[in-house]
Structures are given as structure tokens and as C-alpha cells.
Design a protein around this ligand. Sequence first.
Ligand SMILES: Nc1ncnc2c1ncn2[C@@H]1O[C@H](COP(=O)(O)OP(=O)(O)OP(=O)(O)O)[C@@H](O)[C@H]1O
Ligand SMILES: [Mg+2]
Length: 335
Amino acid sequence: MGSTLLACCVLKACVVKSFSILLASPGAVSSHITRVFPAVPRPVAHPQGSKPSHPMDLMPRIIAISNQKGGVGKTTTAVNLATALALEDKMVLLVDIDPQGNASSGLSVPKSDVHMGVADVMLGCRDLPEAVVPTCIDGLHLLPATRDLIGLEIELVEASRREYRLKRALDAHAGPYDFVIIDCPPALNMLTINGLAAADGVLIPVQAEYYAMEGLGELLRAMNQIQKGGLNRNLSREGIVLTMVDRRTRLCRDVADQLREVFGDEVYQTEIPRNVRLGEAPSFGKPVHAYDPLCRGAVAYTNLALEFLQRMEAEDGGTDSATSAVDNVLKMEAS
Ligand SMILES: Nc1ncnc2c1ncn2[C@@H]1O[C@H](COP(=O)(O)OP(=O)(O)OP(=O)(O)O)[C@@H](O)[C@H]1O
Ligand SMILES: [Mg+2]
């Protein structure tokens, strides 16, 4: 046990602090993770592990990862950003509100195996801590998707204050976490609206490709409506993350440069490269940091987490960024 614990400490130091220190082969390191932490999820009454790095009376920062365009890297970003934040000693809750359940299966919690999840919490049948499960990463917990998330929208049609079901649960029980990351489905439906109503900010993964702007305009307008219409006046933009970047192709460079020109600092400096290991990790039910902690994808998500934390500190005070973003995208669509 002593040696496995030591291996975990070494892994964490290796992943978080310096990728230049080559301690062991990635395979050897990641195998320690699976042995130390149980693969089978079990409910947790409250977050375990390291203490939250914020006073208990402060609420967590809630970030929705959203873009209604499909396959742009929302889930990959949600899982690996949440992991990288946990490896930075933050207490993180990942909430899977996508009926596809990809964030859950990507953390070894397939929706067919769990009987309690986000749908039960949103329907008010369960309290959030009852449905939360630990993951293979210390400090990262998951509120999983279950099969009944598919029918939840219909069940919510008649429900009172249906846009606030997730917010109500997080307000009541997410206090011990530093961050809540919500993986939204690729649609502007009631589930996404619940995510946006609960969130402090929205992080938008955008794939650096020709149709990059598709969906972005709609999302920004929806955010504007949610903010101005009073559903969530505090909703702000956390920024845009370029995903699956391959700077060897001219198209990719052009799209990335154009987005940076229009959105300026709203685009994260960190770009997520197209990386085979990022694509492979979910099929092993692991975040990339547990699958291959030294690969380019893992390094990129660690850098993204560090930039995210830096921005968070700098941002305190807030901006009306949803509005400025809509102006920008309208300008871009017109040009
Ligand atoms: N940087 C990357 N490099 C290589 N493959 C990636 C990368 N990011 C994501 N992928 C792969 O691309 C596919 C789509 O990614 P992902 O599931 O994260 O997108 P999504 O926006 O969540 O999709 P959906 O809209 O269906 O929810 C997945 O197979 C994923 O493993
Ligand atoms: Mg997804």
C-alpha cells in the first residue's frame, strides 16, 4: 500500500508540476491509478480527499461546457479540464447532463451501470450527495448521467421552475467543491438551459475547422437572452477554447487566427491539439492524465487548467462579456 501511495504522489507531482521529468513509462504510471482507486463507483456522502481550497461559506465556481454543435470536444474538455483542476488540488464535481452519458462512461461510470444520477437529483427524488460517485482521480467526483436522463425533459414539461432544477440542487449541496463543471448536450434544450441557469460562466470549445462558427452565434444569442431575460443575470463567458487543433494545416491556422482576431482575449492562449491519446482515453474509461499523463493532450489540458485558474483570479469583479461576445459574433457573421 505504501508503495502504491508513493507512486500516486509521484504521478501527481509528475503530471502537475513538470512533464519534463520522466519517471516511468506512462503505462506503468497509469496502472497504479487503477489499482489504488476502485473502478466500481460507490456513492459518497460528501467530498473526500483534500480539503476545498476555499472557505466553506463560499459557493463553487460553476462552469458549463457548452456548444450546440456536436463533436467539438465538449466532453473531452469537461472530463480533462475537471481532472487537471483536481490534480491542482481543487475539489471538483463533474456533472453529466448529456443523455449520451459520455462524460460518465469516460470516467468508467457507464449509464447502464448506475441507478442514481443527475435525473433523480433534478426531479428532486434524491439529494445531490446521494447520487455523486468518486472517480479514479482524487478530488474529482461525478454526478453521472443515467438512462432516465433521456426521459427527463418530458417529465420536466409540467414541473414548476423547471429551468432551475439543477441550480437548486447545486445551491443546496455543492458548497464543498471549488469547481463544478457541467458537460452539456449538443442542443439548446431544457437540459442545457438548466446547465446555463445554474452556471456562473460558459466555456465554449470550438473546433478549429471551416464550420467553427456554426452554432456559436446561436449559443451566444441564447446566453444573451438567458442573461437579459433574467433566467441567470450573472451568466458570463469564461471564454473560447480551440480544440482538435492541427497547426500543420493552413485551414486550421486560418480559422484559429480569425477567431482570435474577432474574439481577442476571450480565446484561451492554450490550444488543445488533435491528439490520438485524447481520443483513446475514454474507451479505457479514464481521463487522459490517467491514461497517458505525458502525452501532448494531457499537457495541453493541464495548461488549460492553469490558464483557467489564472483568468479566474484576474476576472474577479466580472464583466458583461456575454453581450460583447454577441456583438463580436454578429460582426463576424456579417463580414
Ligand atoms: N483534441 C482531440 N484530439 C483527438 N480526438 C479528440 C480530441 N478532442 C475530442 N476528440 C474525439 O472527438 C470525438 C468528439 O469529442 P467529444 O465527445 O469530446 O465532443 P462533444 O462536443 O462532447 O460531442 P457531443 O456533441 O456529441 O457531445 C470523440 O471521439 C473524442 O474522443
Ligand atoms: Mg459530449
